[in-house]
Design a protein around this ligand. Structure first.
Ligand SMILES: *[C@@H]1O[C@H](CO)[C@@H](O)[C@H](O)[C@H]1NC(C)=O
Ligand SMILES: *[C@@H]1O[C@H](CO)[C@@H](O)[C@H](O)[C@H]1NC(C)=O
Ligand SMILES: *[C@@H]1O[C@H](CO)[C@@H](O)[C@H](O)[C@H]1NC(C)=O
Ligand SMILES: *[C@@H]1O[C@H](CO)[C@@H](O)[C@H](O)[C@H]1NC(C)=O
Ligand SMILES: *[C@@H]1O[C@H](CO)[C@@H](O)[C@H](O)[C@H]1NC(C)=O
Ligand SMILES: *[C@@H]1O[C@H](CO)[C@@H](O)[C@H](O)[C@H]1NC(C)=O
Ligand SMILES: *[C@@H]1O[C@H](CO)[C@@H](O)[C@H](O)[C@H]1NC(C)=O
Ligand SMILES: *[C@@H]1O[C@H](CO)[C@@H](O)[C@H](O)[C@H]1NC(C)=O
Ligand SMILES: CC(=O)N[C@H]1CO[C@H](CO)[C@@H](O)[C@@H]1O
Ligand SMILES: [Cu+2]
Length: 822
């Protein structure tokens, strides 16, 4: 359109086309769905059928080809200073590892598509993270890149005691003379550490086929009478059955509680809003269904030890039948209700008239914006993480990323009382779907792909990481006097991904600001998981007919490995405390006032604590050997912006030692290669003896001038109310934390931007407008970027979903499209 040829940037008003509704060609590839044990039960199992699937051949809607949006073409291309050592394995590397593993008779592996529950399969192949000392020697010095290894998880089910085994394969690239595999044990602290954790889900298919559906069928008379439906494991079922996670794991038994849910008869994924209030308990210890037992039924607060007892009570005259929760307009996310005034007019939108003001090495996943730079890593467990975050070439953080997300429920029924999702079990990587341009991220954002391994293929989520520069609605600086006004624009840079884990969508944003501050923000949306209302008054609001918005805690743990001017750092605590002082100048009268109390977190014994009441205590990561010219330690302060939270439940019965990371707001430990991650993704499989018990990190080591890691919890105490229907909203369901320079720079770094103005005035007139050399004229932009305003809306017909490439046998030239939860 070239609107810049005719309009000055500040006169630009977005015009837009309203998108017409669209439909995809649906054509599923005739190939078995990849299997994985970590697929979340319940609605997630249903997801594939609702999801858009599309064959690749000749189906590309390429309306955008002729007018590519500016920023997309203009994100400046750079070359990273060093190769990304936190990146993903290449297709060739993965396929060589898989080929090697299938050649190892001792591993006894079966191709996933051919595997049954008594076969060993490859669950995961991804890059092993480098040890930090090796990484620093490479990125800071002249050492060669750390030797590359593949981190593999085997799902060993050809045994009475199924387990997941973490192993290392390498070095890469594989060479017949040097390749070997070994159990991966050093990052885990389970006493009997052999790199294995039991797999309680090895027989999930059997549990459904041989157990759940038979039990639900056995009371079909009751389910038909109560809800005119059945749960038989058939495509046309109107009821679903699923339950607690983790399973109960006490006294050597494995116990599950399952409940009935109504399957929506429309396209909306509202099943978690439709509990029906009937539950049953099963002892499913071991792999032999003939040894499993039904332990009882629960309805409306009454426990029945056997099906016969339940049936007898049900058909008796005094039985109270409660109503169902059924879908409707209330559970649909589509437009619903009266359109607000003027809402049909196109809303304000942000444009980037000069194109991207940041640079990307797409190959190495390396980014520079203003004086910041960082590398991007991506894993199955947690999705995106950032590495070697620098400001003006000086590292501030070695690593910043999610470790775990917990959603711990409570309620009067066994399902809500028992559910404590540890979401890295399902993984954030596999669910980081393609972002919707103009909705998840501004239309001018730059996108990256991400990949994960599943069933001898890699799936690529296209455009699943976005980055963009934005400008906030408030300035970063301003001041007015009787002679002048000075104001500075607050532009900042965001990198974001969104993972939909089951019913919930988590959006993770890392933002960088002109003053040198960095923020981490997580926002949640999607369908809540609700409870049946009867008797649940102490655990949630009543939010619909027979529905309780089930109370739960979200606790999201982030690892922040700071390196403030080197790896030797300390944490200073500075508390504003009330005091009474008799100053020599105060005529002998004591004055009630306040002062600062300073101390350091000396050892790991003091390393776990909560934010102080009244936000009284500042937590500052400093380098005690690096004082500024005024003698103060240079550092970065940790500042909760909203929702720093730890788990309300003490010593959770559901989680035991698997949830120790959630116990405090702030946890500081000495960084070790052996304590790289706060959790193992399969901690839920053995909650009393998990691969990683986070509390064991805290064993008294000094935290003064050591390489330290802050494990920071963000969260939300969530009691869903009617406004969570149909979906939780990101305006209020969020938590954030900021890292702000504290005596780190000589002054405010945002003074360096030219996007500020000083207006001098006197006698009612402006006498000077200083804009510091900003480019404000059309001529300044000629030849840089043709701004395309029509449509302002990104062309959403380019949304494609995942792309899948077979790795064994390796077949890089025949990818196909297939979007699914896994
Ligand atoms: C290898 O796996 C198969 C099933 O795939 C199983 O029948 C067999 O017993 C296993 N062999 C060994 C030595 O574990
Ligand atoms: C990384 O550190 C761990 C713990 O010290 C050690 O066992 C392991 O061998 C190291 N890895 C490499 C590749 O050197
Ligand atoms: C490595 O060994 C495999 C089988 O063991 C063989 O097929 C392959 O050709 C060998 N590769 C090289 C480079 O020697
Ligand atoms: C019960 O369900 C069947 C099939 O799902 C349906 O055809 C019938 O109309 C339903 N009856 C009532 C009373 O809703
Ligand atoms: C559901 O499907 C089964 C098997 O295909 C069929 O026998 C049954 O009649 C169907 N039920 C209804 C209510 O359509
Ligand atoms: C069953 O639920 C109803 C609410 O519909 C309640 O009034 C009643 O007390 C409950 N009965 C039992 C036995 O809990
Ligand atoms: C993402 O993947 C698609 C499909 O393979 C490819 O065309 C595109 O270039 C990739 N994007 C980036 C930034 O690598
Ligand atoms: C870090 O501190 C230790 C003593 O605690 C010292 O031996 C080491 O040299 C320091 N490292 C750096 C890079 O200053
Ligand atoms: C106890 C209660 O709230 N029961 C309600 C369940 O929902 C039906 C409608 O589906 C209502 O009629 C009941 O009052
Ligand atoms: Cu919630």
């Amino acid at each position: 359109m070239g609107i810049l040829d005719t309009l000055s940037p500040r006169a630009i008003v977005a015009s837009a086309l309203v998108l017409s509704s669209f439909a995809y060609d649906v054509a599923a590839r005739p190939s078995p769905e990849p299997k994985a044990d970590w697929v979340r039960k319940g609605p997630a199992r249903k997801k594939m059928s609702n999801h858009i699937k599309r064959a690749m051949e000749g189906k590309s809607h390429s309306r955008r080809a002729e007018d590519a949006p500016c920023a997309e073409v203009l994100a400046k291309t750079i070359t990273a200073p060093k190769p990304n050592i936190w990146g993903q394995l290449t297709g060739e590397e993965i396929s060589s590892v898989v080929e090697y593993l299938f050649g190892r008779p001792e591993l006894n592996l079966t191709i996933t598509d051919d595997a049954g529950p008594w076969d060993n399969t490859i669950q995961l192949v991804e890059a092993m993270w480098p040890n930090k000392t090796d990484a620093l020697a490479f990125i800071d010095g002249d050492a060669p890149a750390p030797t590359k290894y593949a981190h593999v998880i085997l799902n060993n089910r050809a045994t009475e005691n199924p387990n997941y085994a973490d192993i290392l394969v390498g070095p890469l690239p594989l060479d017949n003379a040097t390749v070997s595999w070994e159990p991966l044990t050093f990052p885990y602290n389970k006493p009997s550490g052999d790199g294995k954790v039991r797999n309680l889900g090895a027989d999930d298919d059997l549990v459904y086929e041989e157990w759940i559906w038979k039990i639900s069928a056995s009371i079909a008379d009751i389910t038909l009478d109560l809800w005119n439906g059945t749960a038989l494991g058939l495509e046309n079922d109107t009821l679903d059955v699923w339950g607690i996670d983790p399973l109960w794991q006490d006294d050597g038994r494995v116990i599950r509680w399952d409940g009935f849910w109504f399957i929506p008869d429309d396209v909306y994924d509202a099943e978690t809003l439709l509990p029906l209030g009937l539950y049953f308990m099963s002892d499913v210890t071991g792999r032999d269904p003939s040894k499993w037992s039904l332990e009882g039924w629960l309805y409306n607060g009454t426990f029945y030890a056997t099906t016969e007892e339940f049936r007898e009570a049900y058909w008796s005259s005094c039985f109270t039948k409660n109503g169902p929760n059924l879908p409707g307009a209330w559970s649909s996310t589509d437009h619903n209700g009266e359109v607000p005034p003027l809402d049909y007019d196109y809303p304000p939108t942000i444009v980037a008239p000069a194109g991207a003001r940041y640079s990307v090495d797409h190959q190495e996943k390396y980014v520079e914006w203003m004086d910041f730079s960082f590398y991007i890593g991506f894993t199955r467990d947690t999705g995106m993480a950032l590495y070697d975050i620098r400001y003006k070439g000086q590292r501030i953080l070695y690593e910043l990323g999610l470790q775990e997300a917990l959603a711990h429920y409570a309620g009067n029924d066994p399902l809500n009382s028992g559910i404590s999702y540890l979401d890295t079990f399902y993984g954030f990587g596999p669910y980081a779907f393609e972002l919707v341009q103009g909705y998840d991220c501004p239309s001018h954002a730059t996108y990256l792909n991400s990949s994960f391994y599943i069933s001898e293929t890699t799936h690529t989520h296209i455009n699943s990481i976005c980055m963009f520069e934005y400008i906030s609605d408030y300035p970063v600086q301003r001041h007015t006097t009787n002679r002048y006004t000075s104001v500075t624009k607050n532009t900042y840079f965001v990198i974001r991904y969104v993972s939909t884990v089951g019913n919930y969508d988590y959006a993770f944003s890392y933002s960088f600001f002109l003053d040198g501050s960095i923020s981490v923000e997580v926002r949640a949306s999607g369908y809540i998981q609700s409870a049946y209302f009867a008797g649940n008054e102490n655990y949630g609001f009543k939010i619909h007919d027979n529905l309780s918005g089930s109370m739960h805690d979200h606790v999201l743990n982030f690892k922040a490995d700071f390196d403030i001017l080197g790896t030797n750092n300390s944490v200073e605590l500075m508390t504003m405390a009330p005091t009474t002082v008799t100053y020599p100048w105060a005529k002998g009268k004591p004055r009630n006032t306040m002062h600062l109390e300073r101390s350091f977190v000396e050892t790991e014994d003091e390393g776990r604590f909560n934010w102080a009441p009244n936000s009284a205590t500042q937590v500052i990561v400093v380098n005690e050997d690096e004082r500024n010219k005024h003698g103060e330690f240079r550092g970065y302060r940790i500042l909760p912006s909203t929702g720093a939270a730890h788990l309300t439940v003490k010593d959770s019965t559901n989680l035991a030692n698997a949830g120790r990371f959630a116990e405090y707001d702030i946890q500081i430990s000495k960084r070790k290669d052996t304590e790289y991650k706060a959790v193992h993704p399969f901690n839920s499989q053995d909650v009393h003896d998990p691969p990683i018990d986070f509390s064991k990190f805290f064993d008294g080591e000094s935290l003064r001038q050591e390489d330290i890691v802050l494990w920071l919890n963000l969260g939300m105490h969530h009691v869903p109310h009617t406004g969570d229907l149909p979906n939780t909203v990101m305006t209020t369901a969020h938590a954030g934390i900021q890292f702000m320079p504290s005596n780190y720079f000589e002054g405010d770094e945002s003074r360096k931007t030219v996007h500020q103005v000083r207006i001098n005035y006197e006698d009612g007139k402006a006498s000077e407008v200083e804009t510091f050399g900003q480019k404000t004229k059309i001529e300044d932009y000629k030849g840089t970027c043709k701004l395309n305003f029509e449509p302002v809306e990104a062309d959403l017909w380019g949304y494609t979903g995942d792309i899948v490439v077979r790795k064994f046998p390796y077949d890089p030239n025949n990818p196909w499209f297939q979007t699914g939860s896994i």
